[in-house]
Design a protein around this ligand. Structure first.
Ligand SMILES: [Zn+2]
Length: 310
């Protein structure tokens, strides 16, 4: 079998070298001054580097960064952080929720064709802000953001993302609004010709309906869970029982765990290291076998992101 690679900000890395990988987080978010709604900001180098060092020390190897351009991404920073911390960072093209952008950002006026061309251009020729820097960064996936329904979501951008996925083979990681309308989005992408195994649906544990999760997993979607450190979602009451039901039902290959650390407060406490110093020991205590543990904490997400590099 030929080797498959994950595209990190420092270049392609063989899938099997990545091991522990946080499936959805944020490593740098610049302020977006004219944004409709004040989005999260994450720009304290010292705190971030300290967090990455602890993560590396505890066995962490990679983190998926879910911030696309126009809403705070700085992939030059990401490659600098990756080089200093020895953590593989996987950056993205794509788009986030509209409220995180300046209203006049050109993305929101694009046709499906223009959006697809834009995403494909970043995938093939490097993330925009890195083209004048000293290191060209290529994205490892396409991040998109759904609203509560398909109707409320930017369908031209969705169509563009689907075209980029089909043209390049890169996976799509989709923000969901607490899992809303996941069935509808699955049907949409299947209709666009995107295989379900190219799709990762994020924050699905905010809609802890085991029947729905089994159905999505059965269809081939990778489900991302990340409320471990968000007490308002009562993870002990919802996330953990949901996860054990999914494992009991044999869907250990269809769930990826993450911390989604989109604020400096979260980077300070518990910090990205908690992926390995809290989530991992909890899984062990629950008797999750080592192979499943590796899948939940890395192999499932890197397996989805990996492509044959040309
Ligand atoms: Zn996020």
């Amino acid at each position: 079998m030929s080797q498959r690679f994950v595209r990190t900000v420092l270049g392609p890395v063989p899938e099997r070298e990545l091991s522990f990988t946080d499936a959805h987080s944020h490593l740098w978010i610049d302020p977006v001054p004219a944004a409709t709604s004040a989005g999260p900001v994450l720009n304290d180098e010292e705190v971030i580097l300290r967090g990455l060092a602890a993560y590396r020390q505890a066995g962490g190897r990679a983190i998926v960064d879910c911030q696309p351009s126009g809403c705070g991404r700085d992939a030059n920073r990401l490659s600098w952080l990756a080089a200093l911390s020895n953590i593989a960072i996987i950056a993205c093209t794509g788009f986030h929720r509209r409220l995180y952008y300046a209203p006049d950002n050109g993305l929101w006026a694009m046709s499906a064709r223009e959006a697809g061309d834009f995403f494909i251009d970043e995938i093939q020729h490097g993330l925009l802000e890195t083209r004048t820097g000293h290191r060209l960064v290529r994205p490892g996936f396409i991040k998109i953001a759904a609203e509560k329904s398909l109707e409320e979501s930017p369908q031209a951008l969705f169509e563009g993302a689907a075209a980029a996925c089909l043209a390049t083979g890169l996976a799509i990681e989709m923000h969901t609004e607490r899992g809303a309308a996941a069935e509808e989005f699955l049907a949409y992408f299947v209709g666009e010709g995107v295989p379900a195994n190219r799709l990762v649906f994020c924050h699905m544990d905010k809609r802890p309906d085991p029947g729905l999760h089994r159905e999505l997993a059965e269809a081939g979607i990778l489900l991302e869970y990340d409320t471990f450190f968000r007490p308002k979602y009562q993870p002990n009451h919802y996330l953990w029982p949901l996860l054990s039901q999914m494992l009991d039902a044999g869907y250990g290959t269809h769930v990826a765990l993450a911390t989604d650390m989109a604020s400096i407060n979260m980077w300070q406490q518990p910090g990205p290291v908690a992926f390995l110093t809290y989530i991992k020991p909890c899984l062990e205590t629950q008797g999750v076998d080592p192979n499943t543990l590796q899948q939940l904490l890395g192999a499932n997400i890197t397996g989805r992101l990996a492509i044959q590099e040309q």
